[in-house]
Design a protein. Structure first.
Lengths: 201, 134
């Protein structure tokens, strides 16, 4: 639920990185944190377990400058990907304005991607939101693993599995090296801001 | 979905927070929505915190405690308060979508704070009611 502050001429928008466990959601945020250090005034907040897995969420606020005369503040969140943490995952989705679905391109994770997308669909319904109307971008992560001989699903297969009905923008990416991390972020920001542009007049 | 608050509404909220809470000795107070967005924030000039991170964590924390309440058969835990050595945090729900968070030191009693928070919540409700979506 984006909030438009007419007094400060500021808009706050919530973007959530969703996807299966160990897919690279936190790595996306860590890359963005490193890359845009000058625009981020705070530390990245992470609530994780001892095993370094996300327990609740990661949080990164980032200023992207002015849009239509409004200072745009993007609040980036990740959800915990592990199946057992659905209750906390649902909490993070509350008031979401835009979603990046980080899928794992490794062939062995094919089913996990599909289950996670179904889970996103269910959790959005819980907030009376539809996966068909909310701004959404797909990121097929870990394509760099192909160089190490690890079996990776081709782009067409990922599209068929996840995006055949939704038909949203999709990027092949490597969160570790940073390939297409920024392109994904730019795309979701553009889509989300355009969905609330009527409020910014 | 999004919502907008104008200059007048935000000025009124600031005034309530200033006179009811900051003026009685509260260190820092902020009004957020359940998504973690900050609607208003004030401090006493001496105690600065990273309120964006605090807001995100507070919204998550409040959501987690509400979910726990439902599991044990409570509609909601009415008092949500964290006690520290020097700094304490008090949470109060405003309508269904907003949260008032107050940081205060040990020089202020919890009872008095709760009374003043309850007063300001009633006033803020009147301002937020029109944009409130149940």
């Amino acid at each position: 639920m984006a909030f438009v502050n007419l007094k400060k001429r500021e808009v706050q928008v919530k973007i959530v990185y969703y996807g299966p466990g160990r897919g690279g959601k936190t790595t996306n945020l860590e890359y963005i944190y490193g890359k845009f250090n000058d625009r981020i005034q705070t530390e990245m907040v992470t609530v994780k377990t001892h095993g370094d897995r996300t327990l609740f969420f990661d949080f990164l606020p980032i200023d992207i400058g002015k849009i239509n005369g409004y200072t745009a503040k993007m609040q980036l969140y990740t959800v915990p990907g592990q199946v057992k943490y659905n209750a906390t995952r649902r909490l993070v989705l509350r008031g979401v304005d835009g979603i990046v679905f980080v899928a794992d391109s490794m062939a062995v994770r094919r089913e996990k991607n599909i289950l996670s997308l179904k889970n996103l669909h269910e959790n959005l319904k819980n907030y009376k939101k539809s996966i068909f109307s909310i701004p959404l971008v797909f990121q097929y992560n870990k394509v760099d693993l192909a160089e190490q001989g690890i079996p990776i699903l081709p782009f067409a297969t990922m599209e068929k599995d996840l995006n055949s009905q939704l038909k949203r923008p999709a990027f092949e990416a490597s969160a570790v090296t940073g390939t297409n991390v920024v392109s994904t972020l730019k795309k979701i920001i553009t889509m989300t801001m355009s969905s609330i542009k009527d409020e910014l007049k | 979905m999004s919502y907008t608050l104008g200059q007048q509404q935000l000025d009124n909220i600031d005034e309530i927070l200033q006179t009811d809470l900051i003026d009685i000795g509260v260190h820092c107070v902020f009004l957020i929505d359940m998504s973690g967005n900050i609607i208003a924030s004030l401090d006493d000039g001496e105690n600065k915190h990273d309120i964006y991170s605090l807001a995100a964590l507070a919204a998550g924390n409040f959501g987690a405690v509400s979910a726990m309440a439902k599991i044990v058969g409570e509609g909601e835990f009415s008092l949500l308060f964290h006690k520290g050595k020097k700094e304490n945090i008090h949470f109060s729900k405003v309508l269904t979508e907003f949260l008032l968070i107050t940081l205060f030191g040990n020089d202020l009693s919890l009872g008095f704070l709760r009374l003043k928070v309850a007063e300001s919540v009633e006033k803020i409700k009147k301002i937020l009611e029109p944009i409130h979506t149940p």
